[in-house]
Design a protein around this ligand. Structure first.
Ligand code: ROI
Length: 167
């Protein structure tokens, strides 16, 4: 018997500004949707965004995925890190350019503060390149645990040159 309670809703932030970012994001989305214990994967529209952090790096492509999973937050994080590594991610300069960044943004209404994982993602509320694509695919009235409603965060966050790509 399948217990629907086993399934959790999670949101993943995707970002890339190196080595054909469009391809990186599309490829990562495909790999994520093919993982075991992940279902109903939905990719937001893609956006171009100016870099947050050092400005001497290319613009980013950003998007968000909404999915259902039976993985725990740490199991999901491990899978995401493996996909980053497959896509040539090298952790070097803090806030520097990267081929692929996959962030676990939200997991049900969980608040988690572990050394290796903070959920909701601590920068989610400040980043237009997360909030706008999130709003494209989130249900009406989504609450960010411990913070506020997505709509109030959006209202306080200027789009900052964020541009939705034509699909
Ligand atoms: N800036 C933008 N616009 N998009 C990102 O995905 C992104 N990711 C990062 C930093 C370096 C903070 N800046 C970013 O990790």
């Amino acid at each position: 018997m399948t217990e629907t309670i086993d399934w959790h809703e999670a949101y993943i932030g995707l970002g890339s500004n190196l080595d054909n970012p469009l391809l990186q994001i599309r490829s990562a989305a495909k790999v994520i949707s093919g993982l075991d214990d992940i279902d109903e994967c939905r990719l937001s529209p893609l956006y171009t965004s100016q870099p947050v952090g050092p400005q001497d790096q290319p613009d980013y492509i950003n998007a968000v995925i909404r999915l259902k999973t039976r993985l725990s937050p740490l199991q999901l994080l491990k899978q995401l890190q493996a996909i980053e590594n497959q896509h040539g991610r090298v952790r070097s300069i803090r806030w520097g350019a990267r081929t692929l960044d996959l962030d676990l943004l939200l997991y049900d209404d969980l608040i988690l503060n572990l050394p290796e994982l903070t959920v909701p993602h601590p920068e989610l509320k400040n980043r237009s390149f997360v909030l706008y694509p999130l709003a494209d695919i989130a249900p009406e009235g989504l609450l960010i645990p411990g913070t506020a409603s997505l709509s109030s965060l959006l209202a306080a966050c200027p789009a900052d040159g964020l541009q939705r790509l034509a699909t």
